[in-house]
Design a protein around this ligand. Structure first.
Ligand SMILES: [Zn+2]
Length: 85
C-alpha cells in the first residue's frame, strides 16, 4: 500500500506553471509543496520548469542572451584580475 493522498504526479506537473506564477490557492500550494518534497521526479521537473521559465523570461527581455552572458563573464574576469592584482 502506498501512502498517497496527495495530488498525484500528473496533477502536480499540470499545476507547476500556475504554482510558479502564484496563481494557486493556499491549499493547492501546500499540497504541491508537500508533494515536491516527497517526490524527486516531480522536483526535478519543477527545477527544470523554473530554469526554463527563467530562460524564456530572460530571452524575452534581452535581445541577445549569449551577449549578456559574455558580458557577465567579462565582468567576472575583470573582478578576478582586480582581486589578483
Ligand atoms: Zn510526483
Amino acid at each position: 500500500m502506498s501512502s498517497c493522498n496527495e495530488p498525484d504526479c500528473s496533477k502536480v506537473l499540470d499545476q507547476v506553471y500556475e504554482f510558479l506564477d502564484g496563481e494557486l490557492g493556499e491549499v493547492e500550494l501546500a499540497q504541491i509543496r508537500v508533494h515536491l518534497e516527497d517526490c524527486s521526479p516531480c522536483l526535478r521537473q519543477y527545477d527544470l520548469d523554473i530554469a526554463l521559465k527563467a530562460l524564456v523570461r530572460r530571452s524575452c527581455q534581452e535581445t541577445a542572451p549569449a551577449d549578456l552572458r559574455d558580458r557577465i563573464m567579462i565582468k567576472i574576469t575583470e573582478a578576478r584580475i582586480e582581486l589578483n592584482g
